[in-house]
Design a protein around this ligand. Structure first.
Ligand code: BG6
Length: 300
């Protein structure tokens, strides 16, 4: 056998993990320094990066990919991957008081620890963990014919701590102009774009220009994609808000890790705990926010 050095390292790594990874999971051979788990299970296929504990891809068997992942994403420690489900933790957007802190927190731009991987006939379950100051995060990702992401934070310190964040889900769509998002009708939202005004949503959300809205709603959101003949259902728990975002033309052009035209290919629907809904965690207390994603056929 004539193995290149990279192949050899990959083989070693797979061998080392052979007893820990269930049969439906293997490590991608793309970059041994940036581990990505590939899931090929009777119920679904998917990919998860150790960096950010980030789901990059998931779809039930016999269905098209559900998540959007930018082909220009960075795969570098310290930089967020553009697409899939980045975990924004322990705050969403800018830090409440310190402008030197990274936007959307630390979780999406560092390697997490893998705690366990297991499988049943129904699903594969990953558990990852990380820490920031006195807060410990653990995320459980369950991939089957639904996808669940459950992010739990424990306050290990002796003082009260504030917690926020989001499950920043990028959903792949046939074309942004052909889809709508239902469930937020009549909800109040903060339009984050200047001049930052509160508005009320009239009807389903349709994207016809840059859209960046923080909805005060924990409602189930349904992304209706008639050309793809499917509805993506986004349920949430522990998240009082929902962020809906699409960068549209100009912002997409300014983003180095997104192809200019790819704003057409995704909609972000993000179960969120904004600064305005920040959770106060007492010492020893924990809090979980989660999302569950499933597909339905589009009947019309
Ligand atoms: C969304 C925000 O959640 O994330 C937007 O509402 C932001 O304001 C977007 O532009 C992308 O953020 P980033 O840091 O990944 O470029």
């Amino acid at each position: 056998m004539n193995l290149e050095w990279q192949d050899f390292k990959w083989t070693l790594r797979c061998f080392a993990n052979m007893y820990d990874l269930p049969i439906s999971v293997c490590l991608s051979r793309e970059d041994v320094n940036f581990p990505i788990f590939e899931i090929d299970h009777a119920k679904c296929q998917g990919r998860i990066a150790l960096h950010g504990a980030q789901v990059l891809a998931w779809h039930p068997v016999d269905t098209a990919e559900v998540l959007y992942l930018s082909p220009q994403s960075h795969y570098t420690e310290g930089k967020a991957i553009r697409g899939g489900i980045p975990l924004c933790w322990p705050w969403f957007s800018a830090h409440a008081s310190d402008p030197t802190m990274p936007s959307h927190g630390f979780a999406r731009s560092r390697f997490w620890g893998l705690e366990s991987v297991s499988e049943t006939q129904e699903a594969v379950t990953f558990r990852f963990a990380t820490k920031w100051r006195e807060l410990a995060a653990s995320v459980e990702i369950i991939l089957g014919d639904t996808l669940e992401v459950r992010l739990t934070t424990l306050n290990m310190g002796e003082a009260h701590e504030l917690l926020g964040g989001a499950l920043h889900s990028y959903f792949r769509v046939s074309d942004i102009s052909d889809i709508s998002a239902e469930g937020l009708e009549n909800s109040i939202y903060l339009d984050v774009l200047p001049p930052q005004q509160y508005k009320r949503q009239v009807g389903a959300v349709r994207i016809v220009e840059e859209f960046d809205a923080n909805f005060s709603s924990d409602a189930v959101v349904r992304i209706i994609d008639a050309p793809l003949k499917r509805v993506v259902v986004v349920e949430k728990s522990g998240c009082p808000s929902t962020v809906v975002w699409n960068p549209w033309i100009d912002k997409a052009r300014s983003m180095q890790d997104l192809p200019d035209e790819d704003y057409r290919k995704f909609l972000c629907v993000e179960p969120a705990v904004l600064h305005s809904d920040a959770i106060t965690l007492a010492p020893g207390e924990s809090y979980t926010f989660s999302t569950k994603i499933r597909l339905e056929a589009h009947e019309k």
